[in-house]
Design a protein around this ligand. Sequence first.
Ligand SMILES: NC(=O)c1ccc[n+]([C@@H]2O[C@H](COP(=O)([O-])OP(=O)(O)OC[C@H]3O[C@@H](n4cnc5c(N)ncnc54)[C@H](O)[C@@H]3O)[C@@H](O)[C@H]2O)c1
Length: 356
Amino acid sequence: MVVSLCIVGAPGLIGQRHTQHALDEPNVNLTCIVDPTPAGPPYAEKLGVKLYRSTEEMLAARAAGEVKVDAAILATPNATHVPLGIKLVQAGIHTLVEKPFSTDVNSGKALLEAEAASWAKILVGHHRRFNPYIANTKKLLDDNKLGRILAVQGTWACLKPMSYFAAPTEWRKEKGTGGVLMINLSHEIDCLRYLFGDITRVYCEVGASTRGYPVDETGAVTLRFASGVVGTFLFSDASASPYFFEAATGENPLMPQAGETVYTILGTQSSLAFPSLEVWHYPSPSGSWTDPLLRSDPLPLDPTPPFTHQLRHFVDVVEGRAEPRCSGRDALQTIATLEAIARSIETGLPVEVQQL
Ligand SMILES: NC(=O)c1ccc[n+]([C@@H]2O[C@H](COP(=O)([O-])OP(=O)(O)OC[C@H]3O[C@@H](n4cnc5c(N)ncnc54)[C@H](O)[C@@H]3O)[C@@H](O)[C@H]2O)c1
């Protein structure tokens, strides 16, 4: 079966990427897009698909039999995910909700309730779960190649231009809904939870503001995981640095690959640098600090782009062949973790993460 798809926010930064992958995918038919801005008409014309100015307009056209929509990708600003997501799932449309799932736990619960009352399913766009470097890291951890995991250290630091925060995308500097926490640390927390399980306690120190916007730019978080793993994470969207996931892995075609280490994972038998994925270990189980360490070769990488894998998985979810790799419930635990980090920034204290 070919899935009839609508992309809401298609002319936006990530909407265009979803659109290209949808056009390339034989099991998907892009029937329409939704966008309220002047960018909508020329983009719809270029694609040769119907344009609706709002989700309500698209739903009315669908109800009138004017357009077929089985599934939607919601690629709109963070604060719109819950209200638009509720409308889509209430209409029985399976929805890939871009990350972050919501901007707070309470509103996110309302979207989960709407999903539970519908037969439509939600997949959350934490596409790094389909990234080949993350897939190989998870395989090494699941195969116990590192022994017991003790600690993880990570960095996501890049320099965003001022234009990134300017109209019409000024939502990116709104406190509580935009900023590096909701836009970027949301990816990192999901990745860490995917690899090491849930986070139970956080503490965050915030760095200097260079732009003077209401949102934070730079910070350092300590993390305690339910498994006993401990971690530290540096984040910054105001640093001239190659130490961020996209530059490390080359997964975003807009960002040149640098290949520098962005995560270090420490285990009792071996340690791992990401994304080189070389595993450092001793030649024998009795080895220790005065022995030379060996480096094992990384596993081969799957060259298929993560967005292609994610879209194919979404088709499988729509057609009932798979459960969402990142469900709304799972993604909401990431929001609870981000909420705890925000509270730690406000209070200057460690904060226990609400477990949903
Ligand atoms: N998975 C990823 O790697 C990734 C990367 C970037 C952004 N994102 C997420 O994707 C979402 C969009 O981010 P972006 O940077 O592309 O934003 P953007 O502002 O560039 O694009 C948003 C699009 O949504 C449209 N829009 C706004 N309000 C709308 C509404 N009410 N109804 C329909 N369309 C509406 C805008 O006109 C625009 O076309 C955010 O939630 C962001 O966190 C994910």
